[in-house]
Ligand binder design. Structure first.
Ligand code: TYC
Length: 121
């Protein structure tokens, strides 16, 4: 299996309709074996406290980009406010990276110092 388009090097002829059944050679049905799929690594999107970003802005960010309800967002924001750091969500790398960018871009546009990073889960 090379990953090249159209590559069927990992296909095998099935027993039924095999290469030398009554239909003769070369009539077998190509069957792809179950792929071995690795689970992707997961990444935490982590938010850091600061003294200037308004609480309502953090709550809005958690609702908008992390699908939290108002109550969930308020809880996470208060956790970060009190403990200094908190988890917004856990995602595969590309999604986590996109969410960090979305948060940082919006914070920058509003001139808030809010910081958000990614950590391997
Ligand atoms: N500490 C901020 C304030 O008192 C609120 C805040 C919460 C800021 C969470 C950032 O990630 C944060 N306005």
């Amino acid at each position: 299996m090379t990953g090249r388009p159209g590559d069927r090097s990992d296909f095998r002829l099935s027993r039924r309709g095999g290469a030398d059944d009554e239909r003769g050679p070369g009539t077998g049905v190509a069957v792809k074996p179950a792929a071995r799929v690795k689970k992707p690594s997961m990444y935490k999107v982590v938010m850091l406290n600061d003294d200037y970003t308004p609480m309502e802005f953090v709550v809005m960010v958690l609702e908008r980009f992390f699908g939290k309800t108002h109550d969930e967002a308020t809880h996470i924001m208060m956790h970060v406010h009190q403990k200094g750091v908190g988890i917004c969500g856990v995602y595969t790398y590309e999604i986590a990276e996109t969410k960090v960018s979305q948060v940082m871009d919006l914070a920058r546009q509003h001139q808030h110092p809010l910081q958000c990073t990614l950590e391997k889960a």
